[in-house]
Design a protein around this ligand. Sequence first.
Ligand SMILES: [Zn+2]
Length: 134
Amino acid sequence: MTLDEEKKIELVRIATEARSWAYVPYSRYAVGAAVLTESGLIYDGMNIENAAYPVTVCAERVAIFKAVSSGERKFQAIAVVTKDGGMPCGSCRQVMAEFSLNMLVIVADEDGQVHSESPASELLPGAFRADSLT
Ligand SMILES: [Zn+2]
């Protein structure tokens, strides 16, 4: 998936803003995300932790689930911003693969420096998908 530079910068900016709303009293590792739908809308997300740790939800999944709960199913790209350019976890990669294996995953740090750009398919080779169930 190709995406113009202006749109990448916008996604990183929105993910950076969303990061400021992260609820991270335990890890203090704030993450922001912004997902661009095929229809051109952008949904943001931030990680939301819980005292029962496994209930914590990552920023990427919050953004994607917000979009899905609004009727979106296909995505062009997602920007993920952490303090140091940390990569999406396995659960988020699985959720990305569920909806759009070709979505561009842009990972940036808090200064807006892009550390990684790759399609979701490269982040989860051999992904388990709906056609695996047939
Ligand atoms: Zn995750």
